[in-house]
Design a protein around this ligand. Structure first.
Ligand SMILES: Nc1ncnc2c1ncn2[C@@H]1O[C@H](COP(=O)(O)OP(=O)(O)OP(=O)(O)O)[C@@H](O)[C@H]1O
Ligand SMILES: O=P(O)(O)OC[C@H]1O[C@](O)(CO)[C@@H](O)[C@@H]1O
Length: 332
């Protein structure tokens, strides 16, 4: 193999730059030329690429975002687009393409593989951690830290005013950030897609809990962590309902895109470096159609489809203890 390429796709995640760095340096160490396509799959269609050298990846390990830019390229779903991408990769003489992104990006990688004879390897990079075949995705740990830092700050003002706060975290349809940030911030309640019930049941449950906690602690702050896309019309509408029903001031906080930015924590940098180096070695061994991930501290390859076919479960023990802690909080 002489030429390898990479791209970042879907939502950017802290640690993507660390991963790009590891891929570039490992490729150079093995004597490969390495190319970075810009703006996700758009770069393949538009022939927007650059030859990456060691100097391009100096001083980027600590930076959030991605130096290659990212994108959601909806046109890439068509067969014609995949054929154009395949042709462009062949023109440049690329033999293996590494795709850093989430499950959508891996569907894109698989789609390309159906039309291209080169090797395709995925690396999990998304804050949502909703990718099977790896314990954690690159960016996930930083997103938890960012959410936690904000929730701690909200707790201060919530305490001062003895208010209820609903804090919406990202995750698309997965509760990994929500569960971990809630546990670490000692939130009083969580609403996650994996354990959600009907809106009526959720409301009844939360009102009963607030009432019980108030009886036990008197007027107090009360923090609820809610995963995005869960409550119809979002946390602002739920905050209005709770204010009316409890007669306690309830404020919504949508954490939003801050969770995607910032300098990656060490766990994300280390994971990104390990997976980046391993992906290049896997490419050199001829692997294709797989995603590299880490399970129980071992780096493993998973068929690309298996990264999305099953919904990755939350840690059931963490869910259990969070529920137990809620119950203890409301005991007299
Ligand atoms: N079925 C598909 N076929 C071809 N390409 C796809 C397919 N699904 C997704 N893609 C490509 O992958 C890109 C990224 O997918 P998506 O927007 O789902 O983000 P993701 O990789 O899951 O990351 P995140 O969840 O962190 O945002 C899409 O914009 C598109 O270019
Ligand atoms: O940047 P966009 O396209 O608004 O996407 C937001 C989505 O991307 C993610 O941040 C994942 O990257 C999700 O948590 C969120 O639902």
């Amino acid at each position: 193999m002489r030429k390898i390429a990479l791209l970042t796709s879907g939502g950017d995640a802290p640690g993507m730059n660390a991963c790009i760095r590891a891929i570039v340096l490992t490729s150079l160490r093995y004597g490969l030329e390495v190319y970075g396509y810009r703006h996700g799959f758009n770069g393949l269609l538009e022939q927007e690429y650059l030859n990456l050298r060691a100097k391009n990846v100096a001083n980027i390990i600590q930076r959030g975002g991605t130096i290659l830019n990212s994108a959601r390229c909806l046109t890439f779903k068509s067969d014609d687009a995949a054929k154009v991408a395949a042709k462009n990769l062949d023109i440049l003489g690329i033999e293996a393409l590494l795709v850093i992104g989430g499950d959508g990006s891996f569907r894109g990688a698989k789609h390309l593989a159906n039309h291209w004879s080169g090797q395709v390897i995925g690396l999990p990079g998304t804050i949502d951690n909703d990718v099977d075949g790896t314990d954690a995705t690159i960016g996930y740990y930083t997103a938890i830290e960012t959410a936690l830092d904000s929730i701690d700050k909200v707790r201060d003002t919530a305490d001062a005013f003895e208010r209820i706060f609903l804090i919406e975290v990202m995750g698309r349809h997965a509760g990994f950030i929500g569960l971990n940030a809630a546990i670490a911030s000692a939130a009083d309640h969580i609403m996650l897609p994996e354990i959600s019930r009907s809106c009526d049941d959720e409301l009844e449950n939360i009102l009963a809990h607030i009432e019980a906690v108030k009886k036990r602690r008197g007027n107090t702050s009360y923090i609820v962590v809610v995963t995005e896309n869960l409550w119809p019309d979002g946390v602002t509408s739920l905050a209005q309902i709770l204010t009316e029903k409890t007669q306690i001031e309830c404020r919504p906080v949508i954490l939003g895109y801050v969770q995607r930015g910032g300098s990656p924590v060490s766990q994300d940098r280390v994971l990104a470096t390990k997976l980046g180096a391993f992906a290049v070695e896997a490419a050199l061994e001829g692997k294709t159609g797989v995603m590299v991930g880490e399970i129980n501290q071992e780096i493993v390859c998973t068929e690309l489809e298996n990264s999305w076919l099953q919904k990755k479960p939350l840690d059931p023990y963490l869910v259990k203890i969070q529920q137990d802690l809620f119950d203890i909080l409301k005991r007299p």
